[in-house]
Design a protein around this ligand. Sequence first.
Ligand code: NZQ
Ligand code: ZN
Length: 388
Amino acid sequence: MLGNFSYRNATTLYFGDDSLKYLNEELPKYGKNVLLIYGGGSVKKNGIYDAVIEILKSNGKNIIEDAGVMPNPTVEKLREGVKLAKENQVDLLLALGGGSCCDYAKAVSVSVCCDEDPWEKYFIRFEEPTCEIVPVGCILTMAGTGSEMNAGSVITNHETHQKIGHVFGEAVMPKFSILNPKFTMSLPKRQMVAGIYDIFNHICEQYFSGEDDNTSDYIAEALMKSVIHSSLIAIENPEDYEARSNIMWTATWALNTLISRGKRTDWMVHMLGQSAGGFTDATHGMTLAAVSLPYYRFIMPYGLPKFKRFATEVWGIQADGKSDEEVAMAGLSAMEDWMKKIGVAMSLSELGATEDMIEGIADGTFILEGGYKVLTRDEVVKILRESL
Ligand code: NZQ
Ligand code: ZN
Protein backbone atom coordinates (compact mmCIF):
# COMPACT_ATOMS: atom_id res chain seq x y z
CA MET A 1 0.00 0.00 0.00
CA LEU A 2 1.49 3.33 -1.09
CA GLY A 3 1.88 6.33 1.19
CA ASN A 4 -0.18 7.35 4.18
CA PHE A 5 -3.93 7.60 3.93
CA SER A 6 -7.08 7.98 5.93
CA TYR A 7 -10.34 6.24 5.25
CA ARG A 8 -13.81 7.22 6.33
CA ASN A 9 -17.07 7.38 4.46
CA ALA A 10 -19.58 9.93 5.65
CA THR A 11 -22.66 8.54 3.86
CA THR A 12 -25.12 6.30 5.68
CA LEU A 13 -26.57 3.68 3.31
CA TYR A 14 -29.92 1.97 3.54
CA PHE A 15 -30.08 -1.00 1.17
CA GLY A 16 -32.78 -3.47 0.22
CA ASP A 17 -36.24 -3.90 -1.26
CA ASP A 18 -37.91 -2.25 1.74
CA SER A 19 -35.27 0.40 2.39
CA LEU A 20 -37.42 3.44 1.55
CA LYS A 21 -38.98 3.20 5.01
CA TYR A 22 -35.67 4.44 6.47
CA LEU A 23 -36.41 7.86 5.00
CA ASN A 24 -38.64 8.22 8.07
CA GLU A 25 -35.56 7.90 10.27
CA GLU A 26 -33.54 10.48 8.35
CA LEU A 27 -36.09 13.24 7.74
CA PRO A 28 -36.51 14.34 11.38
CA LYS A 29 -32.80 15.28 11.40
CA TYR A 30 -33.40 18.17 8.97
CA GLY A 31 -35.53 21.32 8.82
CA LYS A 32 -38.95 21.68 7.27
CA ASN A 33 -38.15 22.82 3.73
CA VAL A 34 -37.18 19.99 1.40
CA LEU A 35 -36.16 20.55 -2.22
CA LEU A 36 -37.26 17.39 -4.03
CA ILE A 37 -35.00 17.01 -7.05
CA TYR A 38 -35.93 14.64 -9.87
CA GLY A 39 -35.48 14.13 -13.59
CA GLY A 40 -37.68 13.87 -16.65
CA GLY A 41 -40.55 11.93 -15.11
CA SER A 42 -39.54 8.26 -14.78
CA VAL A 43 -40.21 8.46 -11.03
CA LYS A 44 -43.79 9.49 -11.67
CA LYS A 45 -44.38 6.56 -14.05
CA ASN A 46 -42.95 3.91 -11.75
CA GLY A 47 -44.66 5.16 -8.59
CA ILE A 48 -41.51 6.04 -6.61
CA TYR A 49 -42.42 9.74 -6.60
CA ASP A 50 -45.80 9.06 -4.96
CA ALA A 51 -44.23 6.86 -2.31
CA VAL A 52 -41.65 9.53 -1.45
CA ILE A 53 -44.22 12.36 -1.37
CA GLU A 54 -46.32 10.36 1.07
CA ILE A 55 -43.38 9.92 3.43
CA LEU A 56 -42.37 13.59 3.16
CA LYS A 57 -45.94 14.66 3.95
CA SER A 58 -46.31 12.29 6.86
CA ASN A 59 -43.14 13.82 8.29
CA GLY A 60 -44.66 17.30 8.02
CA LYS A 61 -42.26 18.57 5.38
CA ASN A 62 -42.83 21.54 3.13
CA ILE A 63 -42.02 20.18 -0.33
CA ILE A 64 -40.52 22.36 -3.05
CA GLU A 65 -40.18 20.54 -6.36
CA ASP A 66 -37.22 20.89 -8.69
CA ALA A 67 -38.08 18.68 -11.66
CA GLY A 68 -36.49 18.23 -15.06
CA VAL A 69 -32.89 17.48 -14.13
CA MET A 70 -31.60 16.15 -17.43
CA PRO A 71 -29.05 13.36 -17.95
CA ASN A 72 -25.68 15.18 -17.87
CA PRO A 73 -27.07 18.14 -15.88
CA THR A 74 -26.29 21.55 -17.32
CA VAL A 75 -24.92 24.71 -15.82
CA GLU A 76 -28.13 26.58 -16.76
CA LYS A 77 -30.23 24.07 -14.81
CA LEU A 78 -27.80 24.35 -11.90
CA ARG A 79 -28.23 28.14 -11.78
CA GLU A 80 -32.03 27.72 -11.78
CA GLY A 81 -31.85 25.17 -8.97
CA VAL A 82 -29.64 27.42 -6.86
CA LYS A 83 -32.16 30.26 -7.27
CA LEU A 84 -35.07 28.02 -6.28
CA ALA A 85 -33.22 26.66 -3.25
CA LYS A 86 -32.23 30.18 -2.13
CA GLU A 87 -35.75 31.60 -2.52
CA ASN A 88 -37.22 28.78 -0.46
CA GLN A 89 -34.50 28.61 2.18
CA VAL A 90 -34.28 24.87 1.84
CA ASP A 91 -32.97 22.68 4.64
CA LEU A 92 -32.46 19.46 2.71
CA LEU A 93 -31.83 18.64 -0.96
CA LEU A 94 -33.43 15.27 -1.65
CA ALA A 95 -32.30 13.78 -4.97
CA LEU A 96 -34.65 11.19 -6.42
CA GLY A 97 -33.07 9.63 -9.50
CA GLY A 98 -29.76 8.53 -10.95
CA GLY A 99 -26.30 10.02 -10.84
CA SER A 100 -27.44 13.15 -12.66
CA CYS A 101 -29.92 14.12 -9.91
CA CYS A 102 -27.45 13.24 -7.21
CA ASP A 103 -24.56 15.18 -8.84
CA TYR A 104 -26.85 18.12 -9.45
CA ALA A 105 -27.99 18.15 -5.82
CA LYS A 106 -24.35 18.29 -4.68
CA ALA A 107 -23.60 21.17 -7.05
CA VAL A 108 -26.65 23.06 -5.72
CA SER A 109 -25.62 22.26 -2.14
CA VAL A 110 -22.31 24.13 -2.42
CA SER A 111 -23.83 27.05 -4.32
CA VAL A 112 -26.99 28.05 -2.42
CA CYS A 113 -25.17 30.16 0.16
CA CYS A 114 -22.48 31.35 -2.23
CA ASP A 115 -22.68 34.53 -4.31
CA GLU A 116 -20.12 33.51 -6.91
CA ASP A 117 -21.02 31.74 -10.15
CA PRO A 118 -20.83 27.97 -9.43
CA TRP A 119 -19.51 27.03 -12.88
CA GLU A 120 -16.54 29.40 -12.63
CA LYS A 121 -15.84 28.69 -8.97
CA TYR A 122 -16.14 24.92 -8.85
CA PHE A 123 -15.77 23.61 -12.39
CA ILE A 124 -13.25 26.03 -13.89
CA ARG A 125 -11.20 27.15 -10.90
CA PHE A 126 -11.80 23.93 -8.90
CA GLU A 127 -12.13 25.88 -5.66
CA GLU A 128 -13.48 24.35 -2.49
CA PRO A 129 -16.72 25.64 -0.96
CA THR A 130 -16.22 28.58 1.35
CA CYS A 131 -19.86 28.87 2.37
CA GLU A 132 -22.42 26.81 4.23
CA ILE A 133 -23.25 23.52 2.46
CA VAL A 134 -26.90 22.46 2.39
CA PRO A 135 -27.21 18.74 3.24
CA VAL A 136 -28.00 16.24 0.46
CA GLY A 137 -29.89 12.95 0.70
CA CYS A 138 -30.30 10.55 -2.19
CA ILE A 139 -32.91 7.99 -3.22
CA LEU A 140 -31.21 6.16 -6.06
CA THR A 141 -33.10 4.83 -9.08
CA MET A 142 -30.20 3.92 -11.36
CA ALA A 143 -27.02 2.00 -10.49
CA GLY A 144 -23.78 3.17 -12.08
CA THR A 145 -22.05 6.36 -11.04
CA GLY A 146 -21.46 5.72 -7.34
CA SER A 147 -22.58 9.33 -6.76
CA GLU A 148 -24.71 8.03 -3.89
CA MET A 149 -21.62 7.52 -1.72
CA ASN A 150 -19.03 9.91 -3.08
CA ALA A 151 -18.34 13.63 -3.32
CA GLY A 152 -18.21 13.86 -7.12
CA SER A 153 -20.38 16.17 -9.20
CA VAL A 154 -20.23 16.42 -13.00
CA ILE A 155 -21.78 19.40 -14.79
CA THR A 156 -22.04 20.10 -18.52
CA ASN A 157 -21.73 23.46 -20.25
CA HIS A 158 -23.17 23.13 -23.76
CA GLU A 159 -22.11 26.60 -24.75
CA THR A 160 -18.43 25.78 -24.33
CA HIS A 161 -18.77 22.00 -25.01
CA GLN A 162 -17.27 21.26 -21.60
CA LYS A 163 -18.27 18.46 -19.27
CA ILE A 164 -16.31 18.76 -16.04
CA GLY A 165 -16.32 16.85 -12.75
CA HIS A 166 -15.29 18.19 -9.36
CA VAL A 167 -14.60 15.79 -6.52
CA PHE A 168 -15.45 17.79 -3.42
CA GLY A 169 -14.60 17.04 0.20
CA GLU A 170 -16.46 14.89 2.67
CA ALA A 171 -18.94 17.66 3.60
CA VAL A 172 -20.53 17.42 0.14
CA MET A 173 -21.18 13.67 0.25
CA PRO A 174 -24.82 12.65 0.65
CA LYS A 175 -25.66 12.43 4.35
CA PHE A 176 -27.69 9.33 3.51
CA SER A 177 -28.58 7.29 0.43
CA ILE A 178 -31.42 4.85 0.01
CA LEU A 179 -30.67 2.00 -2.38
CA ASN A 180 -33.63 -0.15 -3.35
CA PRO A 181 -32.65 -2.48 -6.22
CA LYS A 182 -36.32 -2.78 -7.19
CA PHE A 183 -36.31 0.95 -8.02
CA THR A 184 -33.84 0.22 -10.83
CA MET A 185 -36.07 -2.40 -12.48
CA SER A 186 -37.96 0.13 -14.63
CA LEU A 187 -34.74 1.35 -16.30
CA PRO A 188 -34.67 0.88 -20.07
CA LYS A 189 -32.17 -1.85 -20.96
CA ARG A 190 -29.82 0.64 -22.63
CA GLN A 191 -29.56 2.68 -19.41
CA MET A 192 -29.07 -0.44 -17.31
CA VAL A 193 -26.23 -1.53 -19.57
CA ALA A 194 -24.66 1.95 -19.62
CA GLY A 195 -24.68 1.86 -15.83
CA ILE A 196 -23.10 -1.59 -15.79
CA TYR A 197 -20.26 -0.44 -18.03
CA ASP A 198 -19.79 2.70 -15.93
CA ILE A 199 -19.37 0.51 -12.83
CA PHE A 200 -16.90 -1.78 -14.60
CA ASN A 201 -14.86 1.13 -15.87
CA HIS A 202 -14.72 2.85 -12.48
CA ILE A 203 -13.03 -0.27 -11.22
CA CYS A 204 -10.66 -0.43 -14.22
CA GLU A 205 -9.67 3.21 -13.74
CA GLN A 206 -8.43 2.42 -10.24
CA TYR A 207 -6.99 -1.01 -11.10
CA PHE A 208 -4.81 -0.07 -14.10
CA SER A 209 -2.11 1.80 -12.23
CA GLY A 210 0.79 0.97 -9.94
CA GLU A 211 3.23 -1.94 -9.85
CA ASP A 212 2.97 -2.87 -6.16
CA ASP A 213 1.13 -5.77 -4.56
CA ASN A 214 -1.95 -3.99 -3.27
CA THR A 215 -5.05 -5.18 -1.46
CA SER A 216 -7.15 -2.60 -3.35
CA ASP A 217 -6.42 -4.49 -6.61
CA TYR A 218 -7.64 -7.81 -5.16
CA ILE A 219 -10.87 -6.12 -4.02
CA ALA A 220 -11.18 -4.58 -7.51
CA GLU A 221 -10.88 -8.00 -9.16
CA ALA A 222 -13.65 -9.39 -6.97
CA LEU A 223 -15.91 -6.44 -7.80
CA MET A 224 -15.21 -6.83 -11.54
CA LYS A 225 -16.05 -10.54 -11.41
CA SER A 226 -19.28 -9.82 -9.58
CA VAL A 227 -20.44 -7.15 -12.04
CA ILE A 228 -19.57 -9.30 -15.10
CA HIS A 229 -21.42 -12.27 -13.62
CA SER A 230 -24.51 -10.29 -12.63
CA SER A 231 -24.60 -8.34 -15.91
CA LEU A 232 -24.96 -11.54 -17.91
CA ILE A 233 -27.92 -12.58 -15.77
CA ALA A 234 -29.51 -9.11 -15.83
CA ILE A 235 -29.43 -8.72 -19.61
CA GLU A 236 -31.30 -12.03 -19.94
CA ASN A 237 -33.67 -11.31 -17.09
CA PRO A 238 -33.77 -7.66 -15.97
CA GLU A 239 -36.22 -8.66 -13.21
CA ASP A 240 -33.66 -10.88 -11.45
CA TYR A 241 -33.47 -9.28 -8.00
CA GLU A 242 -30.28 -11.05 -7.01
CA ALA A 243 -28.42 -9.79 -10.09
CA ARG A 244 -29.85 -6.26 -9.87
CA SER A 245 -29.06 -5.99 -6.17
CA ASN A 246 -25.48 -7.15 -6.71
CA ILE A 247 -25.09 -4.62 -9.53
CA MET A 248 -26.38 -1.83 -7.31
CA TRP A 249 -24.11 -2.70 -4.39
CA THR A 250 -21.08 -3.12 -6.67
CA ALA A 251 -21.70 0.31 -8.19
CA THR A 252 -21.48 1.91 -4.78
CA TRP A 253 -18.25 0.15 -3.80
CA ALA A 254 -16.67 0.76 -7.19
CA LEU A 255 -16.55 4.48 -6.57
CA ASN A 256 -16.78 5.33 -2.90
CA THR A 257 -12.98 5.76 -2.52
CA LEU A 258 -12.35 2.31 -1.00
CA ILE A 259 -10.46 0.72 -3.91
CA SER A 260 -8.33 3.79 -4.58
CA ARG A 261 -6.75 3.63 -1.12
CA GLY A 262 -2.98 3.25 -1.09
CA LYS A 263 -2.52 3.39 -4.85
CA ARG A 264 -2.31 5.60 -7.88
CA THR A 265 -5.31 5.72 -10.20
CA ASP A 266 -5.69 6.32 -13.92
CA TRP A 267 -9.07 7.92 -14.93
CA MET A 268 -8.06 8.59 -18.56
CA VAL A 269 -11.04 6.68 -20.02
CA HIS A 270 -13.27 9.04 -18.06
CA MET A 271 -11.34 12.08 -19.23
CA LEU A 272 -11.71 11.00 -22.88
CA GLY A 273 -15.34 9.91 -22.50
CA GLN A 274 -16.32 12.99 -20.53
CA SER A 275 -14.87 15.33 -23.15
CA ALA A 276 -16.70 13.38 -25.88
CA GLY A 277 -19.84 13.83 -23.76
CA GLY A 278 -19.30 17.61 -23.80
CA PHE A 279 -19.65 17.50 -27.59
CA THR A 280 -22.32 14.83 -28.01
CA ASP A 281 -24.34 14.87 -24.75
CA ALA A 282 -24.27 11.07 -25.06
CA THR A 283 -25.01 8.69 -22.19
CA HIS A 284 -22.01 8.65 -19.83
CA GLY A 285 -21.41 4.89 -19.69
CA MET A 286 -21.63 4.62 -23.47
CA THR A 287 -18.97 7.28 -24.01
CA LEU A 288 -16.64 5.30 -21.75
CA ALA A 289 -17.32 2.07 -23.63
CA ALA A 290 -16.60 3.73 -26.98
CA VAL A 291 -13.09 4.87 -26.04
CA SER A 292 -12.05 2.00 -23.74
CA LEU A 293 -10.61 -0.59 -26.11
CA PRO A 294 -8.51 1.80 -28.23
CA TYR A 295 -7.17 3.32 -24.99
CA TYR A 296 -6.42 0.04 -23.19
CA ARG A 297 -4.86 -1.56 -26.26
CA PHE A 298 -2.62 1.49 -26.58
CA ILE A 299 -1.40 1.56 -22.96
CA MET A 300 -1.23 -2.23 -22.54
CA PRO A 301 2.53 -2.52 -23.36
CA TYR A 302 3.32 0.05 -20.63
CA GLY A 303 1.48 -1.89 -17.95
CA LEU A 304 1.89 -5.41 -19.26
CA PRO A 305 2.04 -7.30 -15.92
CA LYS A 306 -1.25 -5.75 -14.76
CA PHE A 307 -2.95 -6.42 -18.10
CA LYS A 308 -1.75 -10.03 -17.93
CA ARG A 309 -3.12 -10.31 -14.40
CA PHE A 310 -6.43 -8.76 -15.56
CA ALA A 311 -6.64 -11.46 -18.25
CA THR A 312 -5.98 -14.40 -15.96
CA GLU A 313 -7.71 -13.23 -12.76
CA VAL A 314 -10.78 -11.45 -14.17
CA TRP A 315 -11.38 -13.23 -17.49
CA GLY A 316 -9.98 -16.68 -16.70
CA ILE A 317 -7.51 -16.69 -19.62
CA GLN A 318 -5.08 -19.65 -19.49
CA ALA A 319 -1.49 -18.39 -19.70
CA ASP A 320 0.13 -21.73 -20.69
CA GLY A 321 2.14 -21.59 -23.89
CA LYS A 322 1.37 -17.92 -24.50
CA SER A 323 3.61 -14.87 -24.30
CA ASP A 324 2.68 -12.18 -21.77
CA GLU A 325 1.47 -9.96 -24.63
CA GLU A 326 -0.74 -12.74 -25.99
CA VAL A 327 -2.30 -13.33 -22.57
CA ALA A 328 -2.90 -9.60 -22.06
CA MET A 329 -4.43 -9.22 -25.54
CA ALA A 330 -6.68 -12.23 -24.92
CA GLY A 331 -7.94 -10.54 -21.76
CA LEU A 332 -8.89 -7.41 -23.68
CA SER A 333 -10.56 -9.54 -26.36
CA ALA A 334 -12.62 -11.27 -23.68
CA MET A 335 -13.60 -7.85 -22.37
CA GLU A 336 -14.59 -6.83 -25.91
CA ASP A 337 -16.76 -9.96 -26.29
CA TRP A 338 -18.49 -9.16 -23.00
CA MET A 339 -19.07 -5.53 -24.01
CA LYS A 340 -20.67 -6.67 -27.27
CA LYS A 341 -22.76 -9.26 -25.46
CA ILE A 342 -24.24 -6.76 -23.01
CA GLY A 343 -24.72 -4.26 -25.86
CA VAL A 344 -22.69 -1.13 -25.08
CA ALA A 345 -21.65 1.39 -27.74
CA MET A 346 -18.46 0.29 -29.46
CA SER A 347 -17.66 3.59 -31.22
CA LEU A 348 -18.02 7.33 -30.73
CA SER A 349 -19.69 7.72 -34.12
CA GLU A 350 -22.61 5.63 -32.83
CA LEU A 351 -22.99 8.39 -30.23
CA GLY A 352 -23.03 11.25 -32.70
CA ALA A 353 -19.34 12.19 -32.73
CA THR A 354 -17.82 13.17 -36.06
CA GLU A 355 -14.30 13.64 -37.40
CA ASP A 356 -14.55 17.44 -37.16
CA MET A 357 -15.10 17.17 -33.40
CA ILE A 358 -11.88 15.26 -32.72
CA GLU A 359 -9.61 18.27 -32.17
CA GLY A 360 -12.16 19.89 -29.85
CA ILE A 361 -12.66 16.67 -27.87
CA ALA A 362 -8.87 16.37 -27.56
CA ASP A 363 -8.66 19.97 -26.32
CA GLY A 364 -11.29 19.21 -23.67
CA THR A 365 -9.52 16.05 -22.46
CA PHE A 366 -7.63 16.61 -19.21
CA ILE A 367 -4.41 14.57 -19.35
CA LEU A 368 -3.86 12.86 -16.00
CA GLU A 369 -0.63 11.23 -14.83
CA GLY A 370 -1.63 8.30 -12.64
CA GLY A 371 -1.88 5.56 -15.27
CA TYR A 372 0.73 3.47 -17.08
CA LYS A 373 1.41 6.04 -19.79
CA VAL A 374 1.06 9.81 -19.67
CA LEU A 375 -0.54 10.53 -23.03
CA THR A 376 0.68 13.24 -25.37
CA ARG A 377 -1.92 15.32 -27.16
CA ASP A 378 -1.13 13.46 -30.40
CA GLU A 379 -1.81 10.17 -28.64
CA VAL A 380 -5.13 11.52 -27.36
CA VAL A 381 -6.06 12.40 -30.95
CA LYS A 382 -4.95 8.97 -32.19
CA ILE A 383 -7.05 7.16 -29.55
CA LEU A 384 -10.08 9.34 -30.31
CA ARG A 385 -9.74 8.66 -34.06
CA GLU A 386 -9.57 4.92 -33.38
CA SER A 387 -12.68 5.26 -31.20
CA LEU A 388 -14.72 6.95 -33.93
O1 NZQ B 1 -34.83 11.75 -15.98
P1 NZQ B 1 -35.61 10.51 -15.77
O2 NZQ B 1 -36.95 10.55 -16.38
O3 NZQ B 1 -35.64 10.09 -14.34
O4 NZQ B 1 -34.87 9.35 -16.60
C1 NZQ B 1 -33.53 8.93 -16.33
C2 NZQ B 1 -32.54 9.39 -17.38
O5 NZQ B 1 -33.17 9.61 -18.60
C3 NZQ B 1 -33.49 7.44 -16.48
N1 NZQ B 1 -33.79 6.72 -15.26
C4 NZQ B 1 -33.14 6.76 -14.08
N2 NZQ B 1 -33.69 5.89 -13.22
C5 NZQ B 1 -34.72 5.30 -13.87
C6 NZQ B 1 -34.79 5.83 -15.16
N3 NZQ B 1 -35.73 5.44 -16.06
C7 NZQ B 1 -36.60 4.50 -15.68
N4 NZQ B 1 -36.57 3.93 -14.46
C8 NZQ B 1 -35.65 4.30 -13.53
N5 NZQ B 1 -35.61 3.69 -12.33
O6 NZQ B 1 -32.16 7.14 -16.85
C9 NZQ B 1 -31.62 8.22 -17.56
C10 NZQ B 1 -30.20 8.45 -17.08
O7 NZQ B 1 -30.17 8.91 -15.76
P2 NZQ B 1 -28.86 9.59 -15.20
O8 NZQ B 1 -29.09 9.98 -13.79
O9 NZQ B 1 -28.40 10.64 -16.15
O10 NZQ B 1 -27.79 8.40 -15.29
P3 NZQ B 1 -26.48 8.10 -14.46
O11 NZQ B 1 -26.82 7.54 -13.13
O12 NZQ B 1 -25.62 7.30 -15.34
O13 NZQ B 1 -25.80 9.54 -14.23
C11 NZQ B 1 -25.03 10.14 -15.23
C12 NZQ B 1 -24.35 11.41 -14.73
O14 NZQ B 1 -23.46 11.14 -13.65
C13 NZQ B 1 -22.14 11.60 -13.96
C14 NZQ B 1 -22.11 11.45 -15.47
O15 NZQ B 1 -21.07 12.17 -16.06
C15 NZQ B 1 -23.47 11.98 -15.86
O16 NZQ B 1 -23.49 13.39 -15.87
N6 NZQ B 1 -21.13 10.84 -13.20
C16 NZQ B 1 -21.01 11.07 -11.89
C17 NZQ B 1 -20.02 10.50 -11.11
C18 NZQ B 1 -19.85 10.76 -9.67
N7 NZQ B 1 -20.67 11.57 -9.06
O17 NZQ B 1 -18.94 10.24 -9.07
C19 NZQ B 1 -19.02 9.60 -11.69
C20 NZQ B 1 -19.39 9.08 -13.03
O18 NZQ B 1 -18.19 8.66 -13.65
C21 NZQ B 1 -20.13 10.05 -13.91
O19 NZQ B 1 -19.24 10.94 -14.53
ZN1 ZN C 1 -18.26 6.99 -14.73
